[in-house]
Design a binder for this molecule. Structure first.
Ligand code: IYR
Length: 320
């Protein structure tokens, strides 16, 4: 089945495939993803938006939640600043190629509705503090003392799924524990949880756990070519190492998502040019036959090409 193949492409896991098959039979299935508005939209966001575009292509209606209250609860700033950033994020997401009928929703448009809040209390009633806290381990902003907002956040994310009427919820692997909380606890308050699709997380250019706008270890979708090249050249990229190597991840999740094969240009004395698919690249690199510098040059070249239309879109629409 072509639809299912496209839905699966590049994902880490789908919970569950059987349920997804059922959802695909529906007339107007809905898929959603939420983002805390962020000053920089980077390759981590791009991986998930590309998945939303895949789902859009196979007939899903797409809802993008600009989670302003969530960002506020996670100490990302004051509400008015966050909403301004949300506007910019919406332009970035559209520039990445989502179609015009994508629906953008601010969390604050519905997250204080009476029935939303009542469901939040019902979920709070049955969810242990421990589980709510654990679900935030990869999402919470590093801070000193733990605040109640930390447990409000995941409960709201779970209630979002039912109040936005979604069949599928998409997120990076860091969202997994919140999704599992939804899968386990929504049925206890009378709701059917959505199918969960998880995409890979990309490491920061410094090799740290994830690319994050607050850590300055990202490549933004609107970085100019020179900046992209510079950031790739300075990226953590240990020879012969695949795991946790952000340059390899960019190749695997972004470049090979759009190209079957890539051309690696090398001087004759270092072995000359190579044309490789993803598997071949990974084999060559892990055997040490491909030097980090040659890998970086190729990745920078292709990444610049992929990001160019997004940047063009954004800058030409400036001031609209
Ligand atoms: N937890 C997400 C933001 C978020 C996602 C969904 I899906 C929501 O319903 C609400 C918030 C993040 O880490 O950015």
């Amino acid at each position: 089945n072509k639809q299912l193949e496209l839905a699966k492409k590049g994902t880490v896991e789908i919970i569950t495939i059987e349920e997804l098959k059922e959802v695909l039979k529906k007339k107007n299935p809905v898929a959603y993803i939420g983002y805390e508005p962020s000053g920089k939209i980077h390759l981590g966001h791009l991986i998930t938006i590309k998945k939303m575009i895949d789902l859009q292509k196979i007939g899903f209606k797409i809802k993008i939640l600009l989670a302003d209250y969530h960002a506020y609860l996670n100490y990302k700033g004051e509400l008015d600043e966050i909403r301004e950033i949300a506007e910019y994020n919406k332009r970035c997401f559209l520039a990445m190629g989502l179609s015009k009928d994508t629906e953008f929703i601010l969390g604050s448009e519905f997250q204080t509705d009476d029935d939303y809040v009542l469901d939040l209390y019902r979920l709070a009633h049955i969810t242990t503090l421990n589980r709510a806290k654990r679900s935030m381990s990869q999402i919470i902003r590093e801070a000193g003392e733990h605040k109640v907002s930390e447990v409000l956040y995941p409960l709201m994310q779970v209630i979002d799924m039912v109040h936005l009427g979604v069949d599928v919820s998409v997120g990076g692997m860091e969202q997994r524990k919140i999704h599992m909380l939804a899968r386990d606890n929504l049925p206890k308050i009378g709701y059917t949880p959505p199918v969960c699709i998880h995409t890979p997380i990309i490491h920061g250019t410094d090799g740290s756990e994830k690319m994050s706008s607050s850590k300055g270890n990202f490549i933004a979708v609107d970085d100019p070519p020179k900046v992209i090249k510079d950031k790739i050249m300075k990226s953590y990229c240990p020879a012969a190492k695949i795991d946790g190597n952000p340059v390899i991840e960019i190749a695997k999740y972004i470049i090979f998502d759009e190209n079957k094969k890539i051309l690696i240009e090398r001087p004759e004395k270092y072995g000359g040019n190579l044309e490789v698919n993803c598997e071949e690249l990974i084999n060559l690199y892990s055997s040490g036959e491909l030097h980090p510098l040659d890998l970086k040059n190729a990745v920078a070249k292709y990444l610049i090409k992929i990001l160019e239309p997004i940047r063009e879109n954004l800058t030409s629409k400036m001031g609209d």
